[in-house]
Design a binder for this molecule. Structure first.
Ligand code: ADP
Length: 359
């Protein structure tokens, strides 16, 4: 309901000013008519009083507007309507004039009040919005600081634990089962990746993910990563044929990180003895790297989200944190490139990333 009594916003001005304004504006407006009646006798006094209602209702709201209308009616009728100095109206056109003035006055007062309500609501909403934005910014800042502190504080103990674990497993390799050592190693690796990813997220949020570009042989870089991934994933066939050396100016370590993430994902989401193919395409303006697998593929509903922070597909069990693709996207965007995916459920996925040549 627009004119709910609770929603009426009364302009915060002193009472005597709001109502005094009604009276003074009426007198001020009617004075010329009294002193220059020879000139203004044809102009209806009621017409002249409309600005007084507009000013009063805009300045004071509904009630002062109605008050100005009421006083205007009395003055107009008493002083300027035939027979003068009485409240009697004998003429039908005069009666219509008085009636119209009353209706117009009420309408102006109501409309002004509605405008006041709308303005006051908009101002309150804008203030609330500002407050919420400030709170969100504050929370976001605190979250980034927390992330940064936790990741930094975890980094050193994890490195020490890893070194100690290697020593212990080496010392007790006759006593410990091979699977136990592998499991310990795997879990520590996972923890290290998580901390490194969290540190990267913290850098991204602070806008401090530095990219140090240098001229790089991309074909060689891909070959190195493919060879390493093939060693640690012997049950998949990871294939890359490079016909010629392609050079590009990029941050070698960061591009390596993207490649490792895409290949690790391809291995993680496809069954043993399937093929993973890495190819490199060159156009006039950019170089496109393609990582194709024959894995489980991605549901169309998940496709728009897989590059989001912490997004994971939950309809199967995977060991991950949903950070790899988000960080990869940020790295590629820092190189002014693009990263995208094409996929068909149960047929496999093709991840692409492009790097502009003129960097
Ligand atoms: P995670 O550490 O969970 O792998 P990512 O950001 O690397 O995080 O990937 C996000 C999600 O995208 C994964 O949970 C996975 O479901 C999906 N995904 C990524 N790569 C592939 C792929 N090659 N095949 C199928 N699903 C994939």
């Amino acid at each position: 309901m627009v004119f709910n009594i609770k929603s009426i916003s009364v302009p915060h001005r002193p009472f005597f000013i709001k109502y005094g304004l009604a009276l003074s504006s009426i007198i001020y407006i009617l004075l010329p008519r009294v002193y220059h009646s020879d000139l203004l006798w044809q102009v209806s006094p009621f017409l002249m009083l409309i600005p007084s209602i507009i000013i009063t209702s805009w300045y004071g709201g509904l009630l002062p507007g109605l008050f100005a209308t009421f006083v205007g009616l009395i003055i107009g009728d008493y002083f300027f309507t035939h027979p003068f100095y009485t409240f009697i109206i004998t003429d039908i056109p005069d009666l219509i004039r008085v009636f119209l003035f009353g209706v117009i006055g009420i309408l102006i007062s109501i409309l002004s009040q509605l405008l006041h309500n709308a303005l006051s609501k908009a101002t309150t909403e804008a203030k609330q919005q500002k407050h919420i934005t400030r709170l969100l910014q504050e929370t976001n800042k605190q979250k980034s600081t927390f992330l940064n502190v936790v990741a930094h504080e975890l980094k050193t103990p994890i490195t020490i634990i890893r070194i100690l674990a290697y020593r212990i497993s080496d010392q007790y390799k006759q006593v410990l089962e091979k699977e136990t050592i592998q499991e310990l190693d795997g879990e520590l690796e996972r923890l290290t990746i998580l901390v490194d990813d969290l540190l990267d997220i913290s850098r991204i949020e602070k806008g401090k993910l530095h990219i140090e570009k240098k001229r790089t042989n991309l074909s060689n870089l891909i070959q190195q990563v493919v060879t390493r991934m093939q060693e640690i994933s012997p049950q998949h066939t990871i294939h890359h044929t490079s016909t010629k050396n392609i050079f590009i100016t990029v941050d070698e370590l960061r591009i390596k990180q993207v490649l490792i993430n895409l290949l690790a994902n391809a291995v993680k989401h496809s069954s043993k003895h399937t093929m993973i193919d890495v190819t490199l395409h060159e156009t006039k303006t950019e170089i496109v790297v393609v990582v194709k697998d024959e894995g489980i593929g991605i549901n169309p509903k998940d496709m728009p989200h897989i590059f989001d922070m912490f997004y994971q597909v939950h309809d199967y069990f995977t060991k991950g944190f949903g950070l790899g693709l988000y960080i990869s996207k940020e790295i590629i965007q820092q190189h002014k490139g693009n990263i995208w995916v094409e996929s068909k459920k149960r047929k496999g996925s093709i991840f692409y990333f492009s790097l502009p040549k003129n960097q």
